[in-house]
Write a protein that binds this ligand. Sequence first.
Ligand code: NAP
Length: 482
Amino acid sequence: MRPDLSRADLWREDCYIAGVWRSGDERIAVDNPANGETIGSVPFMGTAETEEAVTAADAALPEWQRLTGKERGAILRRWAALMLEHCEDLARITTAEQGKPLAEARGEVVYAAAFLEWFGEEARRVRGEVLTPHASDRRLVVSRRPIGVVGAITPWNFPLAMITRKAGPALAVGCTFVIKPSEFTPFSAMALALLGEEAGIPPGVFNVVTGDAPAIGEVLTEDVRVGKFTFTGSTAVGKMLAARCAGTVKRVSLELGGNAPFIVFEDADIDAAVEGAITSKFRNTGQTCVCANRFIVHDDVYERFAEKLAARVGQMIVGAGLEGPSDQGPLIDERALAKVEDHVADALARGGRLLAGGKRHAAGANFYTPTVIVNVAPDARLCHEETFGPVAGLIRFRTEDEAIRLANDTRAGLAAYAYTRDASRHWRLSEQLKYGMVGLNTGLVSTEVAPFGGVKESGIGREGSHLGIDDYLETRLACIAV
Ligand code: NAP
């Protein structure tokens, strides 16, 4: 069943290409992960339609770039305002297709709109430089120009924010955009396109294509007219798509998987650490790229932290996001649930002990009970692979060096967290933890005003902040003989 909306037309089941809503006979069904019911369908488009979208985006470039930054910014800010005006409807669409609790979905709408607002403001602040020349009869002017058409592919876990974090800076500087959302969560993207149209985005500037992921991906990574490819999703798919971009030497941004350590030192405020752990580990039912994946806890506070965390986790309400209060929704599908079960079984087989959860939940087929496991072996799968589910596994440490070594023992480098009251340790951790983002005494690092992104195999480039705009600009030099 579709969610009830105050504006029923925000529910769109068509793609959006060149400012036209496009249907198709071949379609993909989209299910609500909370109950398995089909809530709608979207066109199964492929190479031809993606090429059309790229053609439209390419054709729209000159007019879009003729606008001033202020004019483009005004459209982006109107788009953000419309998202906030229709926050409840957008949240209900997101919860229906993605499963997150409604309160979290509302939070995502606000977070997603903030990127449009922020980059709408930044649109006026793109600047170049005039350099001191190398010869008296030369002048050197460095300008920053929009890259052109941007191809984007996004995941299902933040169906709105993962799009606006890319579209905001791209459109702000004068790029145009073709997005393929996840097949699990296309309706948020379509509602976003409708509000963009209402905000005044001209035809061809923002296009949405759904369907055959490999075929769409091939066009977005190989078409010479696409100047930049930006991807958020799993590391394996990101690596494969980035390799394809090499053929046309496209600019590439990647926001990939994480494996976040969450370190609790002996001097930590344990209650605050437990709350931080809940935010970091259990937000979106453990399905965020910055989710704490491994809890590395000092021997002196291990039992206290574990007991308090288990008690807090035991109070969480598990249930469908649209049907009453809920802290934990379903996992996205049966495969995700099976992976969580495998990680739990593996941790227990290697000597782990359950303090909470450890089983499916009666709320529905894709629900898993929030889980805490102690005595997890450092070689357990949940220490080395993204669990992407509501499972907190705890390991012990004795020295700061040991904690840092355990934390850095991964090819991922997205987010890390640590709780400690020692201010000089804050400096050491921020320098020695090999992560793009380090949360110290906080379980939440994401905001539109700060750079979001990873090091090592977690990605290339940054989204958000004044740095987020750089990824959509290229540097040009004019060397003028005078
Ligand atoms: P995924 O399987 O890699 O899918 C991401 C996107 O790629 C989806 O739109 C998917 O399309 C598409 N895709 C899959 N195979 C493709 C192919 N062969 N060619 C072209 N496109 C293809 O990842 P996911 O399961 O949706 O998302 C979870 C992952 O994203 C996690 O690893 C998480 O850590 C990561 N993530 C990272 C960040 C960050 O900022 N670093 C943020 C959020 C999530 P379909 O869905 O249509 O198949």
